[in-house]
Design a protein around this ligand. Structure first.
Ligand code: RIB
Ligand code: CA
Length: 313
């Protein structure tokens, strides 16, 4: 099976860093055409810098990183420094990147890449708010039919919200963008909190990562140590949920995940439930299925894969 051509759209974020590193460590499975940064966990100047820092730290200085949207489509930006720290990558101190930021806007890169590459051969992997993806689809509706699949981290059903009682952060920050994506007719696979809250970085798993004894695995462990304090305090869980690498792990080993092809719609009007992914898990409506919504994951298989691949860098 040839490696899959993907664009990673991201708001690093320690867990975004894990997703990017897993992709870069897996050239036999994934070919990263480029990385587009979006405002989310922290503002865009930091997310684009963090994306470059992560690539450079992994020795992948040829990866093209683009800056995309610095705000949601219509709303003010909401960030998550309380989770990820002031820099967005608190934990280790990564050197400032020397690799350049690409001149082109991230949305233009997405549109041009989809128009230039053979139709149906490029997968979009959003790990943050969907502002770049929805802006590209709105400016260039022709690209929708050319996208192989969108595999995204976002939303929640049984796990309900993490930024509000009803909404998961990525969807909440730009619900109008999420609405565009989920109504696009594109093949969508969703990694919601329902699976990401099952891949908790327990002390044993952190130990296995540190046992690799490489700068990348040490830095990843330091990032997780920082990032996990928020979730363990809030949920009393045994470790941090590694949200975003569920997306890249799915591209490598889809069999790790199970879910249902169901209808998912986005709340964009109610202030109380804004950004909620209204997932018809039990099929109680006649609304047409539009997304593969994941519900379970083989957590041991996930961490074995993540540790084995990151050890390569
Ligand atoms: O709700 C979790 C998501 O929000 C993850 O993508 C995390 O990086 C933050 O962006
Ligand atoms: Ca993210």
């Amino acid at each position: 099976m040839p490696a899959r051509d993907i664009i990673i759209d991201t708001d690093p974020g320690q867990d975004d860093a894990a997703a990017i590193l897993l992709a870069l460590a897996s050239p036999e499975d994934i070919n990263v055409l480029g990385i587009t940064a979006v405002a989310g966990n922290v503002p865009l100047p930091l997310t684009q810098k963090n994306a470059r820092s992560v690539c450079e730290f992994a020795g992948k200085v040829d990866v093209r990183v683009f800056a995309g949207c610095d705000a949601p489509m219509t709303r003010a930006l909401v960030t998550a420094e309380h989770v990820h720290g002031k820099t967005g990558l608190d934990g280790p101190t990564l050197p400032d990147p020397k690799m350049p930021l690409q001149e082109k806007h991230g949305v233009d890169f997405i549109i041009e890449t989809l128009r230039e590459r053979p139709s149906g051969t490029v997968t979009l992997c959003p790990l943050g708010p969907l502002s770049n993806i929805a802006t590209a689809l709105t400016r260039a509706p022709d690209i929708a039919a050319r996208i192989q699949e969108i595999v995204l981290m976002g939303g929640a059903y049984f796990e309900v919200g993490n930024i509000t009682p009803a909404a998961e952060f990525n969807i909440y920050v730009d619900p109008e963008a999420a609405d565009v994506v989920f109504k696009s007719g594109i093949k969508i696979t969703v990694m919601p909190l329902d699976v990401t809250h099952k891949v908790l970085v327990t002390p044993e798993r952190i130990k296995a990562l540190r046992a690799v004894q490489t700068p990348v695995c040490d830095a990843m462990a330091d990032m997780i140590d920082f990032f996990e304090r928020f979730d363990t305090d809030k949920y009393g869980s045994s470790g941090a949920p590694l949200h975003d690498p569920c997306v890249t792990a799915y591209l490598i080993k889809p069999e790790l995940f199970t879910g249902r092809h169901i209808n998912v719609e986005i709340e964009t009007r109610s202030e109380l439930t804004l950004g909620m992914t209204v997932a018809d898990w039990w099929g109680v409506t006649d609304r047409a299925p539009n997304a593969m919504f994941m519900g379970d994951v083989d957590a041991k298989g996930f961490f074995d894969l993540l540790t084995e691949r990151l050890a390569r860098l």
